[in-house]
Design a protein around this ligand. Sequence first.
Ligand code: AMP
Length: 480
Amino acid sequence: MTKFSDLALDPRVLKAVQEAGYESPTPIQAQAIPHALEGKDVLGIAQTGTGKTASFTLPMITLLGKGRARARMPRSLVLAPTRELAAQVAENFDTYAKHTKLTKALLIGGVSFGEQDKLIDRGVDVLIATPGRLLDHFERGKLLLTGVQIMVVDEADRMLDMGFIPDIERIFSLTPFTRQTFFYSATMAPEIERITNTFLQSAVKIEVARQNSTSATIEQALVSVTPSRKDRSFADKRNVLRDLIRSEGDACTNAIIFCNRKIDVDVVAKSLKSHGFNAAPIHGDLEQRQRMATLDQFREGSLQLLVASDVAARGLDVPSVSHVFNFDVPTHPEDYVHRIGRTGRAGRKGKAYTLATPADEKYVTAIETLVGQPIPRSETPAPVKDAPATPTAEGESSGRRRTRSRRRNEDAAPAAVVETAAAPPPVVAEPAPQERTKQDHRPRNRNTREDGPVVGLGDHVPDFLTRSFAVEPAVISDEN
Ligand code: AMP
């Protein structure tokens, strides 16, 4: 097996790698690094989680070790599709370059131009950027790309999905023809193939792991949701999601819940929160600062449930996510592989649940064809009345706290806990009007009783509303 010390990396890089606790290079590192150090272009077909970031960062730091940065002329450029991924690459760079004097700047939206300009003016060795922001700086005349010796394109397939390919082509054409290029993509769509044929020269192609395989450490399950009424599919799925999270109990330490649409990310997160879960949304329309804060909370464990869109969560590096819930079946089958790959990482066990309505059948079939095996079907979990798996950190009423301490004493059977009317009900936050979905366009009764909490009455609950209903929770109106 290859050792890091066999790879001709700068000793300062080796020291940092050792301090990071890495014992041996991952397959993509072992294969890519020797070619990269020889100055060759590399085409890496690899998913996130394979160690691909270090496979380009370690040789880059080694190669840039000699030479100095000049004002406004970065010596290398890393392009990532989203701000979060760019920030993640920057973090990796800091880890691996900590014993060198190399400098970096991160050019992403949501951060003021002034600070970024100052850094570039001084001269940086590594510039890490999203394509749009990089071009903004270029157009403002603050940046010259003619000094770029190494250019990295990370997650090119995601760039394609996000419509960044014309920007990438433009940026390529602004850098010198003599640059060295590292190009990474999880899949090789024809458009990606065309770009690599145009801009890479005699590239060494390295492919690790079958691109559409799912890890054996992930236990998968498909949960059928048959809507009680045609217009209730969204609400019924929210019920089932809550039941699933509760039925997992303490095993669900943290989870990413994927929705297909940003609008639903917000509504699902709000709904979970109103039911006492510790949940927050992340998607591209949220402010950068908020996205970063949410991710930090999720990484450090103070946030249990991250409700996300594909783009926002793609490639995020949180090593121990216990569960993934696909609130919606992804319409692109590759997204299924990416989504469930957020759990079961680095040999750990993970669980991935997918909620599917009869209308999703064709998407489920496409996924099963892609991964080459059926997704095991699972029973719909028994409905449980509101008793959050993990309570929210903020905004708890004392009644809720009482419910929780009671729950702690009943750990043996968490799923059977039923909240009593003695606890003041949480006030359910209504989605903003623009967040309402098609299914939500019906008369709204603010005093509607959901499967437990009462909406819109503050702390006062009239007696008639505390009586139990003789109907299944799934058919009780769910407005939030
Ligand atoms: P990436 O595919 O670049 O997103 O990396 C996934 C994770 O693997 C990150 O948390 C890295 O810190 C970690 N990692 C990268 N290289 C190694 C290695 N050689 N040994 C152990 N972990 C690694």
